[in-house]
Design a protein around this ligand. Structure first.
Ligand SMILES: Nc1ncnc2c1ncn2[C@@H]1O[C@H](COP(=O)(O)OP(=O)(O)O)[C@@H](O)[C@H]1O
Ligand SMILES: N[C@@H](CCC(=O)OP(=O)(O)O)C(=O)O
Length: 367
């Protein structure tokens, strides 16, 4: 079987006890399964939740803390416990672990985004197992991932993983929450995730986890949009992850063979960049961008909204105001106000910019 690059995300409920506190037995079992994957030549990145759930009991909280300071301090205690146990457990296989703690801001900042990619790539080249969690002790509340499902989807996109495995305490996606509806039916495979399905899926989860199945579906949808197929489910024993990659996993497989990869540049533009303004285009330009894979030229522009500089990221909207793309712009907003509607040749004389494209297709992502 071809060697694969796999991102495994383990939820809090799969690492800790119902009432909080790290479960060493559960952790060892995951480690055995990951070691097996690696021994077969696969690369593995682990996204591990469980810092808050592992730490809160030690600090004297009766349940998962709800205050920011409570979560931050529980995570600080729990994260070091997690890493200590992962380190010791993987050492049984002579495998080395590395900790990376990330926040949403690290993804927004383009340089830091590149650094995440470079560090992960180097660790994988050196046969190390990166273990990633949100940096809960410093993340600002409004900017947190909250749960690690989305973080794992973004990481799987950055490193162009072959598969994202979301391990949880339930064997896949059901048509309704099986803990509340005993007649719920399980899906073994879905090819895509519609907004309707996300809407109707419950956000309630276990006592230590956050987000329930809803955040997993949102994450899986993002992963698919970045070209990464997913699996949501559970399993037992050291072969459980090998079973997943061999198509015998106990859960739901998500994605189709059409799932196409997206470059990191476009991932950053589409998911993390800050929008500085908007360019409204006519129907001809809309068709050229959407159906012919063209760059945006001055001729198709009808209106400029907001103020922006060269290299800022802007939205591209059709004349009905719908966002159709995002991209990095080669002109300032003031220059574009002067050249909108002009042929590229004439526009060059007005602004002295070298690029004839206002937004080049390599720096644009269709929405
Ligand atoms: N449609 C559904 N199918 C499966 N599980 C669901 C569904 N809706 C809600 N759930 C709940 O989601 C839980 C898993 O989410 P969560 O506790 O957040 O896991 P984790 O800690 O692994 O991230 C399941 O135990 C189940 O109760
Ligand atoms: N970063 C947090 C994870 C938050 C959380 O509960 O995530 P999850 O169990 O994956 O739904 C922690 O380590 O406690």
């Amino acid at each position: 079987m071809k060697k694969q690059r796999i991102v495994v995300k383990i939820g809090s409920s799969s690492l800790t006890n119902e009432t909080g506190g790290l479960s060493e037995d559960k952790l060892h079992e995951h480690v055995d399964a990951i070691a097996k994957l690696k021994q077969k030549g696969n690369e593995v990145v682990l996204i591990s939740s469980g810092a808050v759930a592992a730490g809160f009991k030690k600090l004297g909280y009766p349940a998962r803390p709800v205050t920011i300071a409570g979560r931050q301090s529980a995570a600080a205690v729990g994260q070091s416990l997690l890493m200590q146990h992962y380190g010791e457990s993987f050492a049984r296989y002579n495998m080395i672990t590395a900790q990376m703690l990330l926040t949403r801001n690290n993804f927004k900042n383009r340089e830091q985004y590149r650094n995440i990619f470079q560090a992960l790539s180097e660790l994988l080249r050196r046969d190390v197992i990166p273990i990633i969690n949100e940096n809960d002790s410093v993340a600002i509340d409004e900017l947190t991932f909250g749960d690690n499902d989305m973080l794992s989807a973004l990481v799987s996109g950055i490193i162009s993983a072959d598969l994202l495995i979301l391990l949880t305490d339930i064997n896949g996606l059901y048509d309704k929450n099986p803990r509340e509806h005993p007649d719920a039916k399980k899906y073994n495979f879905i090819s895509e995730i519609s907004d309707g399905r996300i809407e109707e899926t419950s956000a309630s989860g276990s006592s230590v986890g956050t987000g329930g199945m809803k955040t997993k579906l949102l994450a899986a949808k993002t992963a698919l949009s970045l070209g990464v197929k997913c699996f949501i489910g559970t399993g037992e024993g050291e072969d459980k992850l090998l079973d997943v990659i061999e198509g015998k996993g106990d859960g739901t497989y998500i994605g189709s063979p059409k799932t196409a990869r997206i470059t990191n540049n476009k991932q950053w533009l589409g998911l993390h960049s800050q929008i500085s303004g908007a360019i409204v285009v006519d129907e001809g330009a809309e068709a050229a961008l959407l159906n012919m894979g063209k760059s945006l030229l001055p001729a198709g522009i009808v209106k400029i909204e907001g103020e922006f500089s060269v290299n800022d990221v802007v939205e591209i909207k059709n004349i009905r105001g719908k966002q159709i793309a995002r991209g990095q712009v080669n002109y300032t907003s003031n220059e574009l106000k002067k050249v909108k509607g002009m042929a590229s040749f004439d526009a060059k004389h007005v602004t002295e910019r070298n690029a004839s494209e206002v937004v080049h297709r390599d720096h644009m992502i269709l929405i």
